[in-house]
Design a protein around this ligand. Structure first.
Ligand code: Q9C
Ligand code: ZN
Length: 512
């Protein structure tokens, strides 16, 4: 039985680097890989994964997607000097060659295929490959947007061939449109490609007409290419979740893939200089968790973009942690998607309604005519503004994203209460409880009295009441300290206990 989560990382992929000055390419640095791996170590996630070595992708494997001309050009750069490398690089839109780029790109392909093999053979349930250079902009005959070989596209073709797969889902949550992947599969109904991307009505790179929602695929592939263009920056957790709920997931469950591959760029996360979006790292835990429900859990996550080192690393950790089966962190804050996101979502749903019956079944009228609703709703909908509130993004200049993430990750990762139930009754209840039970030491009688008299003057001072209150407060303390999630106390005077408990929790600063 497949049980583990596979992690693939090879330090050699940090040797591909920019040798000259180029303000367009200088964000694609080796530290993207090394600092993500360091953060995984830091959270003790590396030691929980199954390690599979990378390998070089073979020429034959690369030719599944690319032309032999493209392969030969790439191969020829291995022995070039800096001047020659610069000249070849200039033939492409946003790409740089280093003498070891070809070797790294072959490792990136091979690492991706190793992950597919591990997941398809049952060596692991799911996994992530940390690779450089990325792949989703790369096309049959061209490097593009930091990508030389299309790792994910090659993996999909490889999986179709080697494992005789009929349906593969590629989810591209990178903030850029993976136009390379779209071109490769646009006529192919066996590969469903979903991409959301910063678009701004074609203003944002790569500024293509075919990145819009009306590019649904060609010929037999009609309906199997799904583009969700974001026409505003500042999209956040609620926008991403709405996109999953109302576009990707209905289609994905209807498609019923045999394998899911993620083009996993984290430039769609908060702080990224390219994406300018607002989604926090824990949203990637949720996205991952949803995708784990497809294809019997066979999920391969392949790194693409992500240029804010801290945001990237935290998001990678969230993804791996979720792949390992840890509970997903709660998402807090405004949960309504913004107006621009709703508009994009409605457009892509309309474009795909002819192809997917699950899009017609679902009623989304609640997403329409928002302004005609009650005042209360209107107030809530003021969050559905044309532009996002300035809480985080607009104040980018003054708020340090790094500092924000530091505090943010501390608060979401550390105080997660374990699924434990406290009880004060060691005899009667213990055997009913499905999980670990922590016995709470009852409080000392005078201790309870002092505590309770502070806000409950006319307290009946019988032993039973005090004992009951003590048990209750002891459990409450454990809940507030997040040592347990809930608790059971045997109480002869529930009403009094509840009242005291409530006041006690208010004292601790509970808001609701
Ligand atoms: N004016 C990935 O995230 N920007 N690639 C070019 C040209 C290139 C991003 C801007 C961004 C490439 C894998
Ligand atoms: Zn990107």
């Amino acid at each position: 039985m497949a049980s583990g989560t596979v992690l693939i990382y090879d330090e050699e992929m940090t040797t591909h680097k920019l040798l000259w000055s180029d303000p367009i390419c200088d964000i694609e640095v080796p530290e993207r890989l090394s600092s993500s791996y360091e953060q995984l170590k830091c959270y003790h996630l590396v030691e929980r994964c199954v390690h599979v070595p990378a390998r070089e992708g073979s020429e034959e494997e690369i030719l599944l997607v690319h032309s032999s001309e493209h392969l030969e050009v790439a191969k020829s750069t291995q022995t070039m000097n800096e001047e020659e490398l610069k000249r070849v690089s200039e033939n492409y839109d946003a790409f740089f060659f280093h003498p070891n780029t070809y070797r790294c790109a072959r490792l990136a392909v091979g690492a991706t295929l190793q992950l597919v093999d591990a997941v398809m053979s049952g060596k692991g349930r799911n996994g992530m490959a940390l690779v450089r250079p990325p792949g989703h902009h790369s096309q049959r005959n061209a490097a593009n947007g930091f990508c030389l070989f299309n790792n994910v596209a090659i993996a999909a073709e490889y999986a179709k061939l080697k494992y005789d797969l009929q349906r593969i889902l590629i989810v591209d949550w990178d903030v850029h449109h993976g136009q390379g992947t779209q071109y490769i599969f646009e006529e192919d109904p066996s590969v469903l490609y979903f991409s959301w991307h910063r678009y701004e009505h074609q203003e944002f790179w790569p500024s293509l007409k075919e990145s819009d929602y009306d590019a649904v695929g060609l010929g037999k592939g009609k309906g199997f290419n799904i583009n969700l263009p974001w026409n505003k920056v500042g999209m956040g957790n609620s926008d991403y979740l709405a996109a999953f709920f109302h576009v990707l997931l209905p289609v994905a469950f209807e498609f019923d893939p045999e394998l899911v591959i993620v083009s996993s760029g984290y430039d769609s996360g908060i702080g990224d200089p390219e994406g300018q979006m607002n989604a926090t790292p824990e949203v990637f835990a949720h996205l991952t968790h949803f995708l784990m429900q497809l294809a019997n859990g066979k999920l391969c996550v392949i790194l693409e973009g992500g240029y804010h080192l801290k945001s990237l690393a935290e998001s990678v950790c969230m993804t791996v942690k979720t792949l390992l089966g840890d509970p997903v962190p709660q998402i807090t804050g405004e949960m309504a998607p913004c107006r621009s996101a709703v508009e994009s979502i409605q457009n892509v749903r309309a474009a795909h309604k002819p192809y997917w019956k699950w899009l017609t079944y679902e009623d989304t009228s609640f997403l329409q005519n928002l302004s005609t609703k009650s005042n209360l709703l209107k107030k809530a909908n003021s969050n559905l503004s044309t532009e996002h509130d300035s809480k985080i993004t607009n104040s980018n200049e003054n708020v340090k994203v790094e500092r924000f993430l530091e505090l943010h990750m501390k608060s979401i990762l550390f105080p997660v209460p374990p699924i434990k139930t406290a009880t004060t009754d060691s005899t009667g209840l213990a055997h009913f409880l499905p999980v670990a039970v922590h016995l709470v030491k009852e409080m000392d009688k005078t201790e309870i009295k002092t505590l309770v008299s502070g806000f409950y003057v006319d307290l009946v001072e019988d032993d039973k009441t005090l004992l009951s209150l003590g048990s209750m407060l002891a459990i409450l303390d454990k809940i507030l300290k997040k040592e347990v999630r809930n608790g059971i106390a045997a109480s002869p005077t529930p009403a009094v206990s509840a009242a005291v408990a409530l006041r006690h929790s208010v004292r601790f600063g509970f808001q609701r």
